[in-house]
Design a protein around this ligand. Structure first.
Ligand code: PGA
Length: 255
């Protein structure tokens, strides 16, 4: 089933991961100014967004025609809520670069009809031609987006139940005393697997086991990121801490 396994590149630290990822995004946008990107939130992409801000300010990247789709949003949080991903993206990237507001898409966590919102978001992605590049992080339980273990690989944008472990892992991005919601809208695994290219960013020793299972374990919905083994153009950029189980293997591949 697998055509070509994910390419693993191991670099020194989180800054080097951000630099390599920014290089790929810059190169894509330079060649294709109207590129369609899927973007993650969380701790992992913070240095990437800082690097993209720098490159925009230095005149190296023009986001004027780029479209972005975020992977997910919490159910029940509006764009001004401190824990919402809409706010995270404004603060980290959107308000600092020349992305046009109408080209920056996130699911609406306040939609009265969540099923209709999911269908509309999926439709918007399809109308944009799908993702040219999907930038992903990975959860300690192997999730991608909010596709938690057990999510079918044929899933499209849907409302996901967020595990207790994942809610805890996200607590840092909420004000004290505010609990992360237990549901989120996320693009599905099938939606992600249709991206032309996928870039998975992995930093920190706490992700090492998940990364190893994703790349070297069986393709299994219990490890959602193992679905990436089914995609022909996946590049994984990991720091040394995240790849410490995989270092030797990466070296033999010249990664
Ligand atoms: P993190 O989240 O970057 O905050 O670790 C990644 C993820 O859960 O996908």
């Amino acid at each position: 089933m697998t055509t070509s396994p994910p390419v693993l590149e191991v670099v020194r630290d989180a800054a080097a991961v951000a630099h390599a990822a920014a290089d790929e995004i810059q190169e894509l946008i330079t060649g294709r100014p109207a590129a369609v990107l899927a973007l993650p939130t969380g701790r992992t992409p913070l240095p990437l967004y800082a690097e993209l801000r720098r490159r925009y300010q230095a005149g190296h990247i023009d986001f004027g025609q780029v479209q972005t789709f975020n992977l997910d949003e919490w159910v029940g949080l509006g764009p001004d809520h401190a824990g919402s991903y809409a706010r995270f993206m404004r603060e980290q990237l959107f308000s600092h670069v020349n992305l046009r507001p109408e080209n920056c898409h996130l699911p609406n966590g306040l939609a009265p009809d969540l099923a209709a919102e999911c269908a509309a978001y999926e439709e918007l992605i399809q109308r944009a031609g799908g993702f040219g590049l999907a930038v992903l992080g990975i959860g300690r339980n192997g999730h991608i987006g909010f596709n938690e273990p057990g999510t079918p690989f044929d899933s499209r944008t849907h409302v996901a139940l967020v595990t207790e472990e994942t809610r805890e892992a996200n607590r840092w991005s909420f004000p004290p005393g505010v609990d992360p919601p237990d549901r989120a809208i996320t693009v599905g695994i099938a939606t992600l697997l249709e991206a032309e290219r996928i870039l998975l960013l992995v930093t920190g020793a706490e992700k090492a086991a998940a990364l190893e299972r994703a790349l070297r374990g069986p393709v299994d919905p219990l490890v959602p990121a193992s679905a990436l083994q089914l995609h022909p153009r996946v590049r994984v950029i990991a720091d040394a801490a995240a790849a410490h189980h995989l270092d030797a293997d990466a070296r033999t591949r010249g990664g």
